[in-house]
Design a protein around this ligand. Structure first.
Ligand SMILES: [Zn+2]
Length: 237
């Protein structure tokens, strides 16, 4: 029976190893890294969009002010050209008002120009972000394909190991398998160990011949008095 227990152990260790490979694929790590970068890009993108909205709002307000200034100037110009008689004080006041409006119009133009530059800069930043997002998406798609294909191939190997386990189980009594599984679960995945030079290969402690005799469950299977694992002696001889 010892031979079968060791084969069971090999099968289970193989499955465990394959499952470990599955969860630690480097492509998965790279994908997680991309996800973090994407999150960062999205939050930067949101920041830029908010800024852009603020600039657009300012532009709208400025445009409204420009429209008002232009309309007021038209009224004054029309009055001045109407040929009506105005007193010199009125003319002076109107000229001053027109000058003020001209000045304000110039200021507004400058402000509009500044905003346009800000907007251009922001749009460049947004374009840059989009390029980064596109590149990361492409890379992420490639990695996903690799991960899926690797997982499929690992799953096939796992399934074949499980199938082998079912075959092996037929050669071991159910209560021994139950005990083996229980020990395996609490002893780091190892339920059956070899007895080598008087030591258990599971816990590496010396096992006394007396304990081997007292715990023997089969011609070449005993139980380690230290760790509780099944101990298999010289199975292949
Ligand atoms: Zn042991």
């Amino acid at each position: 029976m010892g031979k079968w227990l060791l084969m069971l152990q090999d099968c289970d260790s193989e499955v465990e190893q394959l499952e470990y490979v599955k969860t630690t694929l480097p492509e998965r790590v790279a994908l997680a890294d991309i996800r973090d970068k994407m999150k960062d890009l999205y939050s930067r993108n949101t920041g830029f969009r908010i800024k852009k909205d603020a600039i657009t709002e300012k532009q709208r307000n400025l445009q409204m002010e420009v429209n008002t200034v232009v309309a007021r100037k038209k009224i004054f110009d029309r009055k001045m050209r109407s040929g009506q008689l105005f007193s010199s004080r009125e003319i002076e006041a109107m000229t001053k008002e027109i000058d003020n409006l001209d000045m304000r119009a110039e200021q507004l133009q400058d402000e509009q120009f500044e905003l346009m530059l800000d907007l251009e800069e922001l749009e460049q930043e947004l374009d840059g972000l989009q390029t980064e997002v596109d590149q990361l998406s492409t890379r992420s798609d490639q990695l996903l394909k690799i991960v899926n294909s690797k997982i499929n191939s690992l799953d096939t190997k796992i399934q074949s190991a499980m199938k082998r386990r079912t075959e092996i189980e037929r050669h071991v009594p159910g209560d021994i398998i139950y005990r083996y599984d229980t020990i395996r679960m609490r002893a780091g995945g190892v339920g059956a160990a070899r007895l080598q030079n008087g030591k258990c290969s599971g816990c590496h402690l010396t096992v006394t011949p007396a304990s081997i005799t007292s715990t023997r469950v089969d011609s070449n299977v005993a139980v380690c008095e230290n760790c509780g694992r099944f101990l298999i002696e010289d199975v292949w001889n």
